[in-house]
Design a binder for this molecule. Structure first.
Ligand code: 9MJ
Length: 643
């Protein structure tokens, strides 16, 4: 039986339709029909091919499964060289490009085709009598590699052109790429199988096309957009690039729907800006846009220089990835007490801005990506998305580097309960872990809302212990300001600094309101501590916890009002302390003097009022005697202090 025209047409229709749904399903992750409906199309084509074996072509979707082994990638000489593009990075570069076009083309209106610049691999596809007969990589532009078998597995690419009117021999060119969704799935699968993951969709696409076994390529979610022609009979070529793309689209070749015509510099730039904004939302990676002269006759007048045509230019986006060093990993506590690791980086220019911090998402992510402090890392900033660490370069890390360990819970709880802090007797680490794991508390403030019934749900906590704990909690409500400040867990604020801050500010509100300069003006508070204090009181989470602690009844006795310094008993008196005292260290003696309004200096002069002398006093005592200054023995000194 000879094949009827109707059967021929129907088979061609089915192949196009199947290719379309293959692409929707495998590549775009957006199936338009049910599996059953897809099977029905496939079955119909199989039946037709069975009935009319003449219809059966090697490139039919029915024979696609397991495309066979590529021997090696033999060399293919391109019929016409595959040119690359000149790059532009700024508005000025685009203005220059227009100026050059106008110089060559005169004052006629210039129309450009603006296209997204896909970040994939350029390929050449040759169709003879409508059949895809050969596919090649760009290679060096003159010679590429034959990747026909691998290209045949890509659902987007028609093996047979649809419609009518195509020339007997034609070459189209375009970009093979891996859409982001497919890339993500591929990497997730690789990860689950303990295999190596790909760094980005471009590498994944390149790796997929380089497979010797095209059955591997077939499993890879590759896509294709055509952006032009190679060898093409001139009589068949429409007068414009835009018309050619339309025609190719009608024949079933995928053309990017984002392509637009522009007629001015402003038109180019707004296309660029718009795509840059939408870049993070696109289904695939792009690294810029391409502007091309639409009219082929104009292209001929413009010609090429070296390996790039004068009629096109690539306007590149700022790089989304850059290399820098990870200085440290800080753990931030969110409003709800959730912990987020944040990367502190050596400043690096990426995505059009200078980046110094990047999110590390969570502990699992750090572990999965094996990111360590000190590593060289790739920072990624796509559009306005928060910068992140894409990956580290472990090869370059020092041998001493150690994996990062994330605290499992806000570490403040344990510290808060400890003896020198708020001092909650009987609240140990194990108990705190249980409370946190069961979400019975999220912050230290929640401790004060625990009830006997909640505590009765805990393992290994008897009724008596539970009662004792509640008593201890209640007792801990009455604290002191120095203890409270220490308990908050502010970085670099230990017991001593807690006391110092309490003494200085006398109340919490004034400390919370203090700025960097005020804090730094306090003796013994350096810039680093001052910054930690400021930062602590700026974080909403911390303010919330403090508010809740006070709401839950935590309090302290106000520090006694301090009389004005002039009214203190030792006001205006200048002391020197020398020798070893029995009941005081030198610091304690100084503190006692200052607390009563006196001043302590290190050398004896005419202005000195008292020289406090302990054992082995040395030259200061002698000098005091010379100057006729009173020497105070330790007993007299104590007497003086007691007033
Ligand atoms: C990409 N990569 O998307 C061209 N390209 O045109 C587009 N590349 C190109 N056009 C001539 N859209 C040489 C390369």
């Amino acid at each position: 039986m000879t094949v009827s025209n109707a059967a021929l047409e129907r088979a061609a229709e089915l192949r196009l339709e199947i290719a379309f749904h293959n692409r929707q399903y495998h590549t775009l992750d957006d199936p338009k029909i049910s599996d059953a409906a897809f099977d029905a199309l496939m079955q119909e084509l199989l039946r037709l091919e069975e009935e009319f074996p003449e219809l059966l072509i090697a490139t039919s979707p029915t024979s696609k499964v397991g495309g066979g082994l590529n021997k090696a990638f033999s060399e293919v000489r391109h019929e016409r060289p595959m040119l690359s593009l000149e790059n532009a990075f700024s508005r000025e570069d685009i203005e220059d490009f227009w100026r050059r076009l106008q110089q060559k083309l005169g004052d006629d209106e210039i129309t450009l085709v603006a296209e997204p610049k896909l970040d994939g691999l350029a390929v050449s596809l040759i169709y003879d009598d409508g059949h895809l007969v050969r596919a090649a990589t760009r290679g060096d532009g003159e010679t590429g590699e034959d990747i026909t078998n691998n290209i045949l597995t890509i659902g987007d690419i028609p093996h047979q052109l649809g419609g009518a009117g195509w020339p007997a021999h034609l070459e189209i060119r375009g970009e093979v790429f891996m859409p982001r969704a497919g890339f993500k799935r591929l990497n997730e699968r690789a990860l689950a199988a303990g295999e190596k993951t790909f760094a980005n969709p471009r590498n994944a696409a390149a790796g997929s096309l380089r497979q010797i076994d095209s059955r591997v390529t077939q499993e890879r979610p590759l896509s294709f957009y055509c952006y032009g022609q190679g060898a093409y009979p001139s009589e068949a070529l429409p007068s414009r690039h835009s018309q050619l793309l339309e025609e190719l689209r009608r024949w079933g070749i995928p053309i990017n729907p984002e392509i637009l015509l522009v007629t001015s510099i402003e038109g180019c730039l707004s296309f660029y800006e718009d795509l840059m904004k939408r870049r993070p939302d696109l289904a695939y990676d792009i690294d810029g846009v391409v502007y091309k002269v639409d009219l082929f006759a104009d292209r001929d007048r413009l010609g090429s220089i070296a390996r790039a045509p004068r009629w096109a230019i690539a306007h590149k986006f700022p790089a989304e990835e850059a290399l820098t060093r990870l200085i440290s990993i800080d753990v931030q506590v969110g409003r709800t007490g959730a912990l987020t690791p944040v990367a502190r980086l050596e400043p690096v220019f990426v995505g059009g801005v200078t980046v110094t911090n990047a999110t590390l998402h969570n502990a699992e992510e750090i572990q999965r990506k094996d990111i360590r402090v000190g590593d060289q890392v790739v920072v990624r900033r796509a559009g306005d998305v928060i910068p992140e660490i894409a990956r580290s370069l472990p090869d370059q890390r020092p041998p001493s580097s150690i994996p990062f360990e994330m605290p499992s819970h806000c570490p403040i709880c344990r510290h808060f309960a400890s003896r020198k802090a708020i001092d909650i007797d009987g609240l140990g680490e194990k108990l705190i872990d249980q409370l946190l794991e069961r979400h019975l508390i999220e912050t230290v403030a929640d401790l004060y809302q625990l009830t006997p019934s909640v505590l009765s749900t805990l393992d290994r906590l008897g009724e008596k212990s539970s009662q004792n704990l509640l008593k201890a909690l209640d007792k801990s409500r009455h604290t002191t300001l120095p203890r409270f400040l220490f308990a908050l867990g502010i970085r670099e604020v230990g017991e001593v600094t807690g006391r110092l801050l309490a003494e200085h500010f006398r109340n919490l509100e004034d400390l919370m309101a203090a700025d960097q300069a005020t804090l730094e003006a306090i003796p013994d508070i350096g810039p680093s501590v001052a910054r930690h204090i400021m930062t602590f009181f700026q974080q909403p989470h911390n303010l919330e916890v403090i508010r809740k602690l006070l709401d839950n009844g935590v309090f302290w006795d106000p520090l006694p009002e301090r009389p004005p310094i002039e009214e203190l008993p030792l006001a205006g008196k200048i002391f020197v302390v020398t020798g070893t005292l029995e009941h005081f260290t030198r610091d304690q003696a100084s503190e006692a003097i200052t607390a009563l309004g006196g001043k302590v200096t290190s050398s004896v002069s005419k202005k000195t009022d008292y020289v406090v002398t302990g054992r082995d006093p040395g030259s200061k005592a002698t000098k005091a005697l010379d100057l006729g200054i009173d020497l105070l023995q330790e007993e007299d000194f104590i007497h003086l202090l007691k007033g």
